[in-house]
Design a protein around this ligand. Sequence first.
Ligand SMILES: [Fe+2]
Length: 170
Amino acid sequence: MQRRQLPLTLSAGGEINLVPRYLETPAQAVVSYGGSGRFCLFDMWADRLPAYFEPTVRWLQSLGLTVVLAHPERMKAVQDQPELADYFQQLGLLLQGNLYCLVESSLAPRIATRTAERFLCDGRYFILGSDCHKPDSLPTRFQGLARAIQLVGDDAVSALTKTNPATLLA
Ligand SMILES: [Fe+2]
C-alpha cells in the first residue's frame, strides 16, 4: 500500500472466540486491536449466555482491556432476549454490529436484521463493522451501510464507522 501510495493503514488484530476455558489463556496471548493491549473483540455462539460468559469478560477486563462483543445481533440468545443489551452495558461491554445484518439476506435472517435495527436505533452500538471475509461480499456490506444511514443519519453512522473505531487504535 505504501508502494502504491494508497492512503490506508492496516493494523493487526483478531477476534477471540469465547470458549469455556478461554480464561486459562496466557495473558500475553490475548489478541487485542493493534496489539495495544487496550481493546479486544470477542464473539460467541449461544442459545443462552453460558455460566462462563461473565467470569471470562471480567477476567479480560482485569487485564486492563476494554472488551467489545462482536455482532450480538447474530447470537440467538440476544435475538430471543434483546434486553440483554442492558446487561452487556452493566458489564462494561461495548457492542460492534455487522453492517450486513441491517439487510435481510441468506446471511442475515429477519430476526438478525430486526435485532440490529433495534440496537442501532437505540444507540446500543459503539462500532459498526463490515466483518468482510471476502471482497465479493462487499456489496451487501455497502447496502447495510446505506440502510444504517437511512435509519440514523450520516452523523451517527460516521461516529460508528470512523470516530469510535479510531479510538480503538489511538
Ligand atoms: Fe465473529
